[in-house]
Write a protein of this length. Structure first.
Length: 101
């Protein structure tokens, strides 16, 4: 994977609801849930996607809020793989968690 230019990364992130660029190397997305159990179920789905893509986010769980952080270590910053991962996580949030679709 090749590191994205800053402008391209900003443009791609702008198209991902709930995500923002944190600095040169990181992007972050946050998700809120009605219950702690829903938040944990979402994290399980994120883990399945991450394993399938072999691209793993940093995951923070704060009761009913889940925060994901992405970067591609080997490229030294954000890549298309980070954008694809964020898209997949947003799709899971929209479609498989009650009340979010």
């Amino acid at each position: 994977m090749v590191k994205m230019q800053a402008e391209a990364a900003d443009e791609a992130i702008a198209a991902l609801p709930g995500w923002s660029r944190q600095d040169e190397k990181w992007m972050q997305g946050s998700y809120r849930f009605a219950t702690f159990v829903e938040a944990i179920a979402f994290v399980g789905k994120v883990a399945e996607i991450a394993e399938a893509m072999n691209h793993h986010p940093f995951i923070g769980i704060d009761y009913k809020k889940v925060t994901l952080r992405l970067t591609t270590w080997h490229a030294g910053g954000l890549t298309e793989l980070d954008m694809q991962s964020a898209e997949r996580y947003n799709e899971v949030y929209r479609t498989s968690i009650p009340g979010n679709g």
